[in-house]
Each structure stands twice: as structure tokens, then as C-alpha cells.
Design a protein around this ligand. Structure first.
Ligand SMILES: Nc1ncnc2c1ncn2[C@@H]1O[C@H](COP(=O)(O)OP(=O)(O)OP(=O)(O)O)[C@@H](O)[C@H]1O
Ligand SMILES: [Zn+2]
Ligand SMILES: [Zn+2]
Length: 803
């Protein structure tokens, strides 16, 4: 007897284990590890993943596997292992981890059909009677007609059949008609010879197939021979030719032409950087490289040539790019070099499109995947390199279950495949750079821009002085003059405002003093309702001051302006300027992001005003001025990484100006321009910033010196939420060792979301072997309240968003 061990799709702690089911005879040869099945579970039938197939079970009365959903495994053995590791290291349910690795289409219940792909000469009698002359049948008929699944599976492998998911998606075109010769060459020649001479077109068509046996798209054939369907029809009717319906991928990039590119001869620096990567690829060893290269230094070319090396070895490559930077320009660079060997995975694709791209990987039809975070789970089996571009981007961390970081998954997978990982950035995270310093990662540097182009000149403006000089607007006099100048010259400006319209810290506009927690070195969060300032790392709080504790001015207030407001006042100041605003509001619709950028690229606007989303990947020759309106907004986020994020963002934004022949200028407006992150960013001095920031992290016990774990509790009742967090904090203090610091409870910076109150507790530690155990105990303790009382407790072992 064969038994399937299954993880069922019920994400609760009681069901987070293997369940055994007997495999009925009809599935015995078909079912393998990594497939999805339907199994009876209590009164219901639910989906599950087969993790193991054995011959014995500890239980003696087992139920049967009800149905098999896949005929080829959707998760490879390696990915099943990745899923287990992911679940255990991030504390999520196994099933959630497996689901996270699959395209959406495979998660929902879609109707399935069986498609007959080619008109094979002889279908097996079984299939013949199953299809009974039809080209498409509902999947359930396999079971109804008692056809063996292994026969179906074999036909799928041979390319005769295909399982088709009915994804409802308007924009998809599913099949295309192909024409092929139905006769052998000899017969075809005979037909040609006996065809009356006046049937000119038909003779031409036959001649074509004599010269090019095999299939061709009907459209292409008609186009090539400049003829119509009317002249094809008699040949089809007489059985000389036949039609085939081929499925076409819903490829969003298919209408685009990609200029094929060839590798550049590398510069000396690039050659020096790529050499160790090539060695690792050739020697088949695992190593993690940190490629630190300034903006415009040619990192992408290093990626491209490394991938070429991997492909030459017959292996595969994954390239991760931040969602925001996954622009058509980026895709073009990979498609231009590797053409149809590239699949692209990102969230702007429809479900159907994503699924198609994923299947190209599963079927080994592509060797390169370029995608956002979840592309790290591409089901390649012969991986030769993983590249993470802009490795400092916080979007590589998933903020929902499973809370994984793509960098960790990349390294885990690369160890399995013994291949290199390349992390690239102009501003690496402190964590990665520190690891490179310790020799855990290998540091590679590209310190210069291509062609020795200079970095744009950065000017810092002190907004306190503007105020003192009587300028109450959001634009300094300098920035305003420069914008006017660009407008006159017909050059373009990019204006950058961090975040969308809201911020939470309190600052004195006279002297720039920011209210900070005396214990945590982060800005205090203003709570409007209670008129109090709170630290959300520890539980410190104080009243909102009426005058500045530093200079006694009464211009102390909370800080924040939205893009919309800025657009309005900008339009007033420069009525003739054409402005494009890009923020969450104007880019909600699919494709609008791209449309706005194209418009700006075509110089249909003078000023691009936007949030984070314009900081990356923009490469417009005519942009000669970049303005950062409020550098402080990011500097005083209630987040210990705020200085690092400020440095990264300013460096990225500055990198957008003067990338081509026209020289660029950058203006940074701030109330604290002397802050080291702003000062050093304006000098492009990463090294100095790293050293300074590391000192701060050490002093206040933050990563990379210490680890953090953030636990967030939420519930609809305020007192109850506070109470649970309080007790939980106490419980953790008792469970954990002396050296761990448990901070809290304190309100989350986003203290209420969708009517749920949120409190948090933070743990700082250097080495806490009992942490996972304590967390599991914690969940046991609150299990009933989580299941019955709608209490939510979430744990993040590597928090990036401290909200
Ligand atoms: N060896 C080379 N010879 C000539 N041109 C090159 C070479 N390598 C790269 N380039 C060109 O230099 C420009 C900058 O390179 P690239 O965009 O790869 O830099 P980057 O470091 O990835 O930049 P960023 O981090 O700002 O995105 C590109 O237009 C690229 O085509
Ligand atoms: Zn504090
Ligand atoms: Zn002051």
C-alpha cells in the first residue's frame, strides 16, 4: 500500500503537520512528491501538498486521496525543502510557505481543462474515446471515463495533451492557428505535379511546404505568400494540409521589439570585478559577492556577462530587481541580450500572464528569470547564479507571511546549487557591507562612473535660513531660481518628496530641533488625539511641547506636506510649467506608472514631482536638475534605519541627474543639512557614512551588532490589546535569557489600522538560542484567543518596517 503524506491547506497550528492518506490504485504510478491533491478533511474536501510517499503509516484507518490536481509536480524537491526551512525560520505555517512560492493561479480553484495539442496520427484508444473527436474536455472527465492518470501524464510529457487552467482574463488570447503539411513529402510532390496550373496560389502553398516542411503560423504563411485564407481552404479540405491549435503564451512583452545587444568590452574595473564571479561559476562553488558600484558604474553589464557565462555552462539564472525599478528599460536590457530565453515576473502582470511566465520556467523553456521578490522561487533545477540588484531595497523583505527576506532565500538556494550570489548596490545595507568587511561576503568595487563621468554637484540648502529670510514657501530661493532657469532652457527637473503626505515627527522650524526618545535615538511619534509624543520602541512618552526645548521658539510643530499640496503651490509659482505628479494616487491604475514616465521621457512635461517611486532606475538625458524638498521627512521616520535610508535615497536620487552629456545639479533642502547622512550623501562618501553609522548602531544596540525581533499585537478592543501586549512582554522577559532586552509594550507608529489597535514589543539580542522556543510557547499560550477572539499576534524576526 502506498501512502501520501500531505500538508493540508488549513493554516492553523493544530493542522501544521503531515497527514497520511492512502493512494488509490489509479493514482499509484502518477502521484509524486510536490504535487497537489484533494483530500477529505473532516467534513470537507481540501487541497494539500504531497511531501512524502511511504509504504507505512502509524495510523491504521486512513482515508483515500480524493483527486490529483497536478500531473507534474508544482514544487521541486528543493523548493519543498526551501518551504520547510522558510516556515520554520520565519514561524509561519508550512502551507503558507508553499503557497507563497507558487503563482496565484495555482492557489485559487480554477476550472481545469484537458487540451489536445497536436493532431497526432494515432491517439491511444483510451484517449480517442475520452476526447471523442473534441479538442478540449473538462478535466473531471478523466475520472468519469475511468481513464488512467498515468496515460494522461504520459501524453502530457509527450506534448500531446496539456492541462489548461481557465483563468478569466479579458486581455488574453489563448490559441493561435498553425498550418502544417498532412502528407508525406512524396505525396505532396505528387499533389504539386497533378495540380492544375491555374491553381497558382495553391501550387505556391504546396511548394512552400515542400521547401519548409513542418508547421507555420497561419498568419505568417498568408503574409509570406501574400494570399488569403480562401486559397488555403481547399488544401485543408482535401487533407493536403491541416490546422493545429497551438497555445500561445500571454506575453505582455511580445509586441515589443528588442534591439539585440552584444557584450561591451569590459573596462578594467569591470573586468576585475567579474573575474572572481566567473571563477566561482567555473569552479561550481558557492560564494556571496557584494558588488559595490556607484550609480552609472556599469553594474548591469557585469550582471549580463556573468549570466552569459552561466548560460554557456548550460545553467540558469535568477535576477531580482526591486518592483519599482522593473521598468520597460530594465526588461529591455535583459531581453536585448538574451531574447526569448528570459521570463519576466512582476506584479503588474495579470494572473494569467504571471502563470505563463512561471510555466516557461517550469518547462525549462527559459533560462533567465528577471523579477521582483517572489521570483526568487523560480522553479529552476540547475541554478548557476542569483543576482540581486539594488540589494539595499526594503521591498526584498516580505511584510506578510511568510516574512522572508529574498536575500536569505537566495543564499539558501545558492548553497543547495553550489553557485554564486551577487548582491549589487551603490549603497549596500550596513548588514551586507559589514559582512563583506568580515569576509563573509566577497567585496567587489566599481568606484567610478562609466567614461569617468562626474557625479552631479550637490548643494545643501538650510531651510531654517530661508525662514529667517522671510521665505515661508516650500521652495528655497535657490531651487526656485534653478527651476526657472531649466524652464527657460527647455531642460527638465525632477522634484522629490519623501512619503505620501503624512509624517509623524515634531520639529522646530527655527532651529531644526527634533523631539527624540532619550533612550532609543529615534524621533518621537506625535499622537494627535492625546497631544502626546511617544516612542514606539520603548514605552517612553511626554507631552507635546509648546516651545522648542532647544531655542525656546514657538515654531515647533509636527511636520508634513503632501505631493498634491506641493503641486498646487508649484503651479502657482511657475504657471507656465507643465508638471507631472507621480505618487500612489496618480499611479493606482495598471500601466499608469509607465505612461507617466513615457510622457516625461518624451519631454511632454518640464517637472516630474514624485515620491520614492521616482528615485530608481530613471535615466533621462534631459534631466539636469534634481530637487529634494524635505530630506528631513525620511531622516526622522520612527525607524533606527532612518539615517541609512536617507543616505540611500539621496544617493539614488542624485544619481538621476546628468547621466548623459548635460551636467547635472542636485539641491537638497533640509532643516538639518549638517546631519551626517545628508552631508556624506552630498559628497558621495559611502565609506565614511558606513563607519559613522556603525558607531551609532553599536552605541544604541541595533543591527548589525544586535538582532531585533518585533512582535505586533492587534485587536479591535483597545484595552484588551494593551493588556495582552503587557502580559506577553512580561512572559517574554521570563522566558528569555538575561542578555536579551525586551522593550515595550508601546503603541505601533501606525497605532490603529482598520479599526484594530496595534501595540508592539521589541526584543534586542546578540545570541538568544531560546527565541524560537519562546515564541512557539507564546503562540500556544494565546492559541485560543487567536482562534476564537480574533486576536492577532505577528512575529517578525528581521523587521524592516517598524510600523
Ligand atoms: N564596458 C562598457 N563599455 C561601454 N559602455 C558601458 C560598459 N558597461 C556599461 N556601459 C554603459 O554605461 C551605462 C551605465 O551602466 P549601468 O546602467 O550598467 O550602470 P549601473 O551601475 O547599473 O547604474 P545604476 O546603479 O545607476 O542603475 C549604461 O548606458 C551602459 O550601457
Ligand atoms: Zn525609546
Ligand atoms: Zn528650536
Amino acid at each position: 500500500m502506498k501512502i501520501a503524506r500531505v500538508i493540508v491547506d488549513v493554516p492553523t497550528s493544530q493542522t501544521n503537520r503531515l497527514f497520511d492518506y492512502t493512494i488509490p490504485d489509479k493514482y499509484q504510478d502518477v502521484l509524486t512528491v510536490g504535487m497537489r491533491v484533494i483530500v477529505p478533511f473532516g467534513p470537507r474536501k481540501i487541497m494539500g501538498f504531497v511531501l512524502d510517499i511511504t509504504s507505512e503509516s502509524k495510523l491504521n484507518k486512513l482515508k483515500n486521496v480524493q483527486d490529483v490536481l497536478d500531473l507534474t509536480p508544482v514544487l521541486t524537491k528543493e523548493l519543498l525543502d526551501v518551504g520547510k526551512w522558510l516556515a520554520e525560520s520565519t514561524l509561519c505555517f508550512y502551507v503558507s510557505a508553499f503557497q507563497a512560492m507558487l503563482p496565484q493561479v495555482l492557489k485559487a480553484k480554477y476550472d481545469k481543462e484537458l487540451w489536445l495539442l497536436a493532431e497526432v496520427e494515432e491517439l491511444s484508444p483510451q484517449l480517442e474515446s475520452l476526447f471523442a473527436g473534441r479538442g478540449v474536455i473538462p478535466y473531471e472527465e478523466i475520472q468519469e471515463h475511468n481513464v488512467s492518470y498515468s496515460a494522461i501524464q504520459k501524453a502530457v510529457k509527450e506534448g500531446i495533451l496539456e492541462i489548461h487552467y481557465q483563468v478569466n482574463s479579458k486581455e488574453t488570447k489563448k490559441t493561435e492557428t498553425y498550418i502544417t503539411n498532412a502528407l508525406e513529402e512524396m505525396e505532396l510532390e505528387e499533389k504539386y505535379a497533378t495540380m492544375p496550373p491555374q491553381a497558382k496560389k495553391q501550387r505556391q502553398i504546396i511548394a512552400f511546404f515542400l521547401e519548409h516542411p513542418g508547421e507555420i503560423k497561419q498568419k505568417e504563411l498568408l503574409h509570406r505568400l501574400s494570399t488569403t485564407r480562401a486559397s488555403l481552404k481547399p488544401l485543408l479540405d482535401k487533407g493536403v494540409l491541416q490546422t493545429i491549435q497551438r497555445e500561445v503564451y500571454r506575453d505582455p512583452y511580445q509586441d515589443r521589439e528588442y534591439q539585440p545587444t552584444t557584450p561591451f568590452p569590459l573596462t578594467e574595473e569591470q573586468a576585475a570585478a567579474i573575474d572572481p564571479i566567473h571563477t566561482s561559476i567555473s569552479n561550481h562553488t558557492h560564494e556571496t559577492f557584494l558588488l559595490h558600484g556607484v550609480t552609472g558604474s556599469g553594474k548591469t553589464e557585469v550582471y549580463l556577462q556573468s549570466i552569459q557565462h552561466v548560460l554557456d555552462k548550460g545553467q540558469e539564472a535568477i535576477v531580482l530587481v526591486p518592483e519599482i525599478a522593473l521598468t520597460p528599460q530594465m526588461v529591455e536590457r535583459f531581453k536585448g541580450r538574451f531574447g526569448s530565453r528570459v521570463a519576466v515576473l512582476h506584479s503588474a502582470l495579470s494572473k494569467g500572464e504571471k502563470f505563463d511566465e512561471w510555466r516557461k520556467v517550469q518547462r525549462k523553456e527559459v533560462q533567465v528569470v528577471v523579477g521582483a521578490r517572489s521570483a526568487i522561487f523560480a522553479p529552476f533545477e540547475n541554478l548557476g547564479i542569483v543576482i540581486i540588484d539594488e540589494e539595499h531595497e526594503s521591498s526584498y523583505k516580505q511584510e506578510d507571511y511568510p516574512r522572508y527576506h529574498a536575500r536569505d532565500v537566495a543564499i539558501y538556494r545558492a548553497k543547495h546549487h553550489t553557485c554564486p550570489v551577487v548582491l549589487g548596490s551603490a549603497t549596500p545595507t550596513l548588514e551586507s557591507y559589514a559582512r563583506a568587511q568580515k569576509g563573509v561576503y566577497t567585496l567587489l568595487s566599481l568606484p567610478k562612473r562609466m567614461n569617468n563621468a562626474s557625479m552631479p554637484q550637490v548643494e545643501r540648502i538650510d531651510m531654517r535660513e530661508e525662514l529667517h529670510a522671510g521665505n515661508r514657501s516650500m521652495f528655497s530661493r535657490d531651487l526656485f531660481e534653478k527651476m526657472e532657469d531649466r524652464l527657460q532652457k527647455g531642460e527638465q527637473t525632477v522634484l522629490f518628496l519623501n512619503r505620501r503626505g503624512y509624517s509623524t515627527f515634531v520639529m522646530c522650524r527655527d532651529c531644526g530641533h527634533v523631539m527624540e526618545c532619550p533612550h532609543c535615538d529615534i524621533a518621537l511619534t506625535y499622537h494627535r488625539k492625546s497631544e502626546r509624543l511617544k516612542c514606539h520602541y520603548c514605552s517612553y512618552e511626554e507631552a507635546m511641547p509648546t516651545e522648542c526645548p532647544s531655542c525656546e521658539s514657538d515654531s515647533i510643530r509636527y511636520f508634513g506636506t503632501g505631493t498634491q499640496k506641493i503641486e498646487e503651490s508649484l503651479q502657482q509659482l511657475l504657471p507656465e510649467a507643465r508638471i507631472i505628479r507621480m505618487d500612489v494616487d496618480t499611479t493606482r491604475r495598471k500601466g499608469s506608472h509607465e505612461r507617466l514616465l513615457t510622457k516625461f521621457g518624451n519631454q511632454e512635461a518640464d517637472i516630474l514631482l514624485g515620491t520614492q517611486m521616482i528615485a530608481k532606475g530613471l535615466d533621462f538625458a534631459n534631466v539636469t536638475l534634481v530637487g529634494v524638498l524635505a530630506a528631513d521627512a525620511m531622516l526622522h521616520l520612527p525607524d533606527f534605519r532612518s539615517a541609512e535610508k536617507t543616505f540611500q535615497l539621496l544617493t539614488q536620487v542624485s544619481g538621476r541627474a546628468g547621466r548623459h552629456t548635460l551636467p547635472g545639479e542636485v539641491v537638497i533642502q533640509s532643516y538639518t543639512p549638517e546631519h551626517y547622512s545628508i552631508d556624506l550623501a552630498s559628497q558621495y562618501d559611502y565609506e565614511a557614512f558606513f563607519l559613522k553609522e556603525m558607531k551609532v548602531r553599536k552605541m544604541f544596540q541595533y543591527p548589525p551588532y544586535y538582532f531585533l525581533t518585533l512582535i505586533t499585537v492587534s485587536h479591535g478592543n483597545h484595552l484588551y490589546t494593551m493588556d495582552v501586549t503587557q502580559k506577553m512582554t512580561q512572559f517574554l522577559k521570563e522566558q528569555l535569557s538575561e542578555q536579551s532586552v525586551v522593550l515595550g509594550p508601546s503603541p505601533s507608529p501606525l497605532a490603529r489600522i482598520k479599526d484594530r489597535y496595534r501595540y508592539q514589543t521589541m526584543i534586542k539580542y546578540k545570541n538568544e538560542p531560546g527565541l524560537h522556543k519562546a515564541m512557539n510557547r507564546l503562540f500556544q499560550l494565546y492559541e485560543d484567543q487567536i482562534n476564537q477572539n480574533d486576536l492577532q499576534i505577528s512575529v517578525d524576526f528581521q523587521p524592516y518596517q517598524m510600523m
